[in-house]
Write a protein that binds this ligand. Structure first.
Ligand SMILES: [Mg+2]
Length: 303
């Protein structure tokens, strides 16, 4: 219902709210800007998510952050008042492990990334190398083929604060072999901006490796559609799934690509003014429904 209508749920009748709530069994939600901002819960978000659970909805918290393991995310969510368990966290680090395990990958991963991905790989029995600083020699071209590990069968790129020239050399050299898989967690350009400093995001590293390897990565995070495959692998129906987010180009785009229903909230990146623009320009991806903030649903739930 409300397909791409950008309909304000606050204007819905009781019957429409009931039909809307009955139209999905699974709720996927973005975290930052929907549930919390930094370390503060957005008022009403924990109660709303917990109410979805009470109504019997299956819940997944979706994040493109690849630096933490799922239990760390679950602890943060719990501390902010959300009922959450590690297996409800859909992080990109976990999706990488899920994907590689799903295709029966048995070789080693060369990683530009952090322990967040490493721990998830370890949990499914996949070996990896590359985490941490890689020494930059004064003669930067002097890398020898013997420095490459012949067991590597995939390059994974996620966020890595130790990214360096030798890492790019190794990644591109492994990817020179056509059999080597090339996977990226996400392509976010930047971290959300706090002050005047721009903090480059994982997309920066992915583009760099794509450039020097002359290949395209398979991207598993938002807005790429691997999440749909994940849900299907759990026996869940994408058409009866609601995706909640604060950004059109990642969260709502993911929903549209996967055939989910979509709810845009204005408590994060998208402003009231952006919404006006979305309504007048009608440029996809358009959310089905909108709310100022997720917690506004509390007043709309049937009593
Ligand atoms: Mg967000």
């Amino acid at each position: 219902m409300f397909k791409s209508a950008v309909f304000n749920l606050k204007d819905a009748t009781k019957e429409e709210i009931q039909t809307f709530l009955n139209s999905f069994d699974t709720v996927l939600t973005d975290c930052d800007g929907v549930l919390w901002i930094d370390n503060n819960a957005i008022p009403g978000s924990p109660e709303t998510m917990n109410q979805f659970r009470k109504l019997g909805k299956k819940i997944f918290y979706v994040t493109n952050n690849s630096t933490k393991i799922r239990s760390d995310f679950a602890i943060k969510a719990q501390e902010l008042g959300f009922i959450a368990s590690a297996d409800e966290i859909l992080s990109t680090a976990y999706l990488v492990a899920h994907y590689l395990k799903g295709i029966g990958f048995t070789k080693k991963v060369y990683m530009i990334g952090s322990n967040g991905i490493g721990e998830e790989l370890k949990a499914v029995g996949i070996r990896y190398i590359g985490v941490g600083p890689d020494h930059v020699c004064s003669d930067f071209k002097s890398m020898k083929p013997s420095e490459l590990d012949s067991e590597v069968g995939a390059v994974v790129v996620g966020f890595d604060e130790h990214v360096s020239y030798p890492k790019f050399m190794k990644a591109a050299s492994y990817l020179d072999s056509e059999d080597c898989l090339f996977i990226a967690t996400n392509t976010d350009e930047r971290f959300p901006k706090g002050g005047s400093i721009v903090v480059p995001g994982t997309g920066t590293l992915v583009k760099a490796v794509e450039t020097c390897s002359q290949r395209k990565a398979l991207v598993l995070g938002k807005p790429h559609a691997y999440v749909r495959k994940f849900l299907e692998s759990c026996g869940l129906d994408p058409a009866r799934t609601l995706m909640i987010g604060d950004r059109c180009n990642t969260d709502i785009e993911l929903g549209v690509r996967c055939g989910f229903q979509t709810l845009l909230v204005l408590s994060g990146v998208t402003s009231e003014r952006d919404l006006e623009k979305i309504r007048t320009e009608k440029k996809p991806p358009l959310p089905d429904v909108v709310l100022p903030k997720l917690g506004d649903l509390m007043a709309l739930f049937p009593s």
